[in-house]
Design a protein around this ligand. Structure first.
Ligand code: UN1
Length: 512
């Protein structure tokens, strides 16, 4: 009975939230794509999906918008993103609540996700006055050589359920200040937060005044829409977040037509705990990185490599942390771990735990909870799996809260284990020793795109470049100089000598 009442509440609250964002009821009440909340597993909306005609039309509109937008001065483009940031600030609580309802994130993480969108907007606004190239010394008399960065074109953005709006913002905020138009294909599991975000984009556009129509577009639907973006010659760049299998399928198709890609695929992230590690901090960092977001970040800590001298002490503390963690309704402030996204995620977790047992691992936790109250939702206790070594299951990414633990004796061995997986996204070392920290960050240290010291592998700030190597896809998004991926570079050489000296001293004297 109780569960039924709650079911009705979520659907009603979702509808009220969406209406507040200005969406018409028919947009989310009668379409063919069913959206469920992982909190209860209930259906909360039915949204319309785009067909191939709409995709063609959207890309055409985006291309037209790009032709106008590329000539708007970049700081003025920044003003658009500044307004978007204001809209996000004003709607932060509501959008975060939708993230909680649709993706199952606990309240503080839902708020964090929207904060990440606000942060990248702020970053992009500043960037809009800093899209600068180099001036380079030339070998020729009275010449100047310089770089100019120009807008690239239509940018396709494909996002996944676990950061259903923040990852769009990393891409869109940069693409828009860089002078590009955006076409967004969100996860089929999280179309509602995308619709709400799109409503905020439209509010920002209305306040901006003369943003071209079709500058930032949303296409809700299945895999075919992502494929259309990948195949379309008018789309210059596709930034895709998702599985390695997805990346492997689209990368060659983009390469075939010489389009650019930013691939942000999986991670199988490790932390090395040295004998000198500050254990209190280390345990708290591990708890957030391994159990936070119910293990469903691409940066989630999945492998713990612990020095044998501190193994027993650390494990005792971790067992306590795992036993005491509160799993439950993510809307409840007391819950630190919400639900898995769906049944498939639960099935994959069970399969991985079966493999752990077969490989001789010892598991604490990992069982399903609240199944009677929520038969269609999948809450699990995070699992701590002590492994005899880095077996096959450990070397594979399972998108669930399983932390595999192994021992090491020498730092060389720990670095070898850290690197001996297909993915190369995030990594961390916990140590009080400078030499160990530096070694881990050195050229022959961790091979990941993110290498942290005394911080877990997840929860990156937007100011740095985000992404990783190997099966993670090699893409970089967000801060640092990632904006360059959204622009094309022209090298300009200007001759004001009145003569024509050729480079490399080449002579080509015409008889005149
Ligand atoms: C992802 O899981 O796809 O560093 C992105 C983090 C977040 C982003 C994760 N800022 O964990």
């Amino acid at each position: 009975m109780e569960a039924r009442v709650l079911h009705a509440d979520i659907a009603a609250e979702t509808a009220a939230l969406l209406r507040n964002f200005g969406l018409e009821s028919q947009t989310f009440e009668s379409g063919s794509l069913t959206t469920r909340s992982p909190i209860t597993g209930e259906t909360i909306a039915r949204v319309e999906t785009a067909n191939s005609g709409m995709v063609q039309q959207t890309i055409a509109r985006a291309e037209d918008a790009f032709r106008v937008w590329r000539n708007i001065p970049a700081p003025r483009r920044g003003e658009f993103v500044r307004l978007l940031g204001e809209e996000l600030r004003a709607a932060k609580a509501e959008l975060a609540r939708l993230v909680t309802i649709e993706a199952g994130k606990i309240t503080t993480e839902g708020l964090g996700e929207v904060q990440e969108m606000i942060d990248i907007c702020d970053f992009a606004v500043g960037l809009s006055r800093q899209l600068h190239g180099l001036t380079i010394a030339t070998e020729r008399h009275c010449h100047r050589m310089m770089e100019t960065w120009h807008p690239l074109g239509v940018t396709g953005v494909i996002t996944s359920f676990n950061f259903p709006v923040a990852v769009w913002a990393w891409n869109a905020a940069l693409a828009l200040v860089c002078g590009d138009a955006v076409v967004w294909k969100p996860s089929e599991k999280t179309p509602l937060v995308a619709l709400a975000t799109q409503a905020l984009v439209e509010r920002a556009a209305a306040r901006f005044g003369d943003a071209p129509e079709g500058l930032s577009n949303l296409l809700v639907g299945g895999r075919d829409l992502g494929e259309a973006l990948v195949e379309d010659a008018r789309v210059q760049l596709v930034s895709a977040t998702g599985s390695t299998a997805m990346g492997r399928a689209i990368a060659p198709r983009l390469a075939q037509r010489f389009a650019r890609s930013i691939l942000e695929l999986g991670g199988n992230n490790a932390a090395v705990v040295c004998a000198s590690a500050p254990l209190d901090l280390t345990v708290r960092a591990i708890a957030f990185a391994a159990m936070g977001t119910a293990g469903q970040r691409c940066t989630t800590l999945r492998r713990l490599i612990v020095h044998e001298d501190v193994y027993d002490d650390l494990l005792a503390r971790l067992r306590q942390a795992y036993a005491s963690i509160s799993v439950g309704d993510p809307r409840d402030g007391a819950s630190l771990v919400g639900p898995l996204i769906d049944r498939d995620a639960y099935t994959a977790m069970c399969a991985a735990l079966d493999e752990v047992r077969k490989a001789g691992g010892v598991i604490l936790g990992g069982d399903r909870v609240l199944a009677e109250k929520y038969p269609d939702a999948f809450y699990v206790r995070p699992a701590l799996a002590e492994m005899p070594n880095q077996t096959e299951v450990v070397r594979r990414e399972t998108f669930a809260p399983i932390l595999y633990v192994m021992k090491f004796r020498s730092l060389d061995e720990a670095i070898r284990l850290n690197n001996d997986v297909a993915h190369g996204l995030a990594s961390a070392i916990f140590t009080a020793r400078l030499d160990e920290a530096e070694r881990f960050m050195a050229a022959d240290g961790s091979d990941c795109g993110i290498v942290n010291v005394n911080i877990g592998p997840s929860g990156a700030e937007i100011g740095g470049a985000f992404g990783g190597e190997k099966d993670t896809g090699g893409g970089r998004e967000a801060g640092s100089d990632c904006w360059k991926a959204y622009m094309r570079r022209a090298t300009n050489t200007i001759n004001y000598s009145g003569e024509l000296p050729l480079a490399q001293g080449v002579k080509f004297d015409l008889e005149t």
